[in-house]
Design a binder for this molecule. Structure first.
Ligand SMILES: *Cc1c(COP(=O)(O)O)cnc(C)c1O
Length: 391
């Protein structure tokens, strides 16, 4: 906090469960066995959970490798990690940031020859090796080094042994979360294995080979290799219903859902008012009371990450019971019908996502009404909402 600022109370709060993260990471470790390690993907503010809190929690669970999407994200994570943790940039970085990246032992994906040459030059002038992961194009047609460029890349790596350390060789699958993509993904895996044999032949390199994100980690055992890059799973989010059902089908009845949602989101009632039958609530006419009602006013809205699609559709938990969201969600307010919860009063804890007494609201109630992914929803949670780590 800056000098002179007061810590005022925020209109909502996020709780992060260390136990849930530990369980999800334990489940992931059980899947991949001892040979493979986990790189925890903490891009997009740790999927909206918060960089600092998640890094700290994950390190308590033994994680020492973190993946991000850009150098800007690497800077955020680097400020939070222990000395012996590594940060890896999977996406965008600019040449002007390479000296900083190399000085801080940040690992990074390289997907073109120019970057490889440039990194070798800078590493040489700094006197410290660049820690590169060759990202191979295998058919996803995102970023990646073409197979035809591999011989030249290997020559550069061999010739610049002291400047370039080949930390990894990797690719990214084109949607392992959907069974519909299976054919395409199988081809990617085959091509990757071919290229891998060529790299192994080329010289005594010992990079970590890695392909799998959460979906492949669960659904494609042959993709696990030396390391898995796991985001969704760690946060307790299934990459898709396909992957969840595939897993649960093969492990019934021994197992119920092995994942636990790490985050909960709460606010509290700002005002309760009586609304007579026939009156409208909030802007416009999207909700008209069909009986004399008690309406709770709540102090967050789409400006705080609550999707407007939940207008007249979602529910929240108050006093352990479900209260339907009524009217349009405003930028910083929304309304819930508490007519059947007569004890509801100003200051009552209101759960948007999470548990209250014997009731629970999961992310599915948010994503069912729109095309939003569960990860999309959490990524949009504003960084300014306070995060608290709970057991
Ligand atoms: C985001 C990302 C991951 C992690 O994906 P999840 O499905 O959340 O596990 C892995 N690899 C790359 C390249 C990514 O961009």
């Amino acid at each position: 906090m800056e000098h002179g600022q007061r810590a005022v109370r925020h209109s909502s709060r996020i709780e992060l469960s260390l136990g849930a993260l530990r369980q999800n990471l334990g489940f992931t470790r059980e899947l991949i066995g001892r040979q493979a390690r986990i790189s925890l993907v903490v891009k997009a503010n740790a999927y909206g959970h918060g960089y600092a809190a998640i890094v700290k929690m994950a390190e308590r669970c033994g994680i020492r490798h973190f993946s991000v999407a850009s150098s800007q994200e690497a800077e955020e994570v680097l400020a939070a990690v222990r000395e012996d943790s590594r940060v890896m940039i999977m996406g965008i970085l600019y040449d002007e940031d390479l000296p900083w990246i190399i000085e801080h032992d940040i690992e990074f994906f390289v997907y073109d020859l120019e970057r490889l040459k440039h990194a070798a030059g800078i590493a040489g002038s700094i006197g410290r090796p660049a820690l590169v992961h060759l990202e191979l194009e295998t058919g996803g047609n995102r970023t990646g080094l073409a197979a035809a460029e591999l011989p030249e890349a290997l020559r550069l790596l061999t010739r610049n042994r002291r400047q370039l350390q080949l930390a990894g060789v990797c690719t990214h699958l084109a949607g392992a979360e959907s069974l519909a993509n299976r054919f395409r993904i199988t081809q990617q895996l085959q091509l990757f294995q071919q290229l891998r044999r060529r790299i192994a032949r080329a010289r005594s390199l010992e990079p970590a080979y890695h392909i799998a994100s959460s979906a492949a980690t669960v659904a494609l055992p042959e993709s696990r290799l030396d390391m898995v890059r796991v985001g969704s799973l760690a946060y307790g989010l299934w990459p898709s219903p396909d992957v969840r059902d595939l897993y649960l089908m093969h492990h019934k009845p021994a197992r119920s859902n092995p994942l636990k949602r790490v985050f909960s989101w709460k606010t509290d009632i700002m005002q309760v008012k009586s609304v007579s039958r026939g009156e409208f609530v909030g802007y416009g006419t999207s909700f008209q009371a069909h009986r004399d009602s008690r309406i709770a006013v709540l102090p967050i809205g789409y400006g705080n990450g609550l999707p407007r699609e939940l207008s007249n559709r979602g529910t929240v938990l108050i006093r352990g019971r479900r209260a339907p969201i009524v009217g349009s969600i405003n930028m910083n307010l929304f309304f819930a019908d508490v007519t059947t919860i007569p004890e509801a009063q100003v200051g009552d804890e209101t759960v948007l996502v999470g548990r209250q007494r014997n009731n629970e609201i999961g992310l599915r109630s948010f994503t069912e009404f729109s095309s939003a992914l569960n990860t999309e929803f959490v990524c949009r949670l504003p960084a300014g909402i306070p995060r608290t780590i709970i057991r």
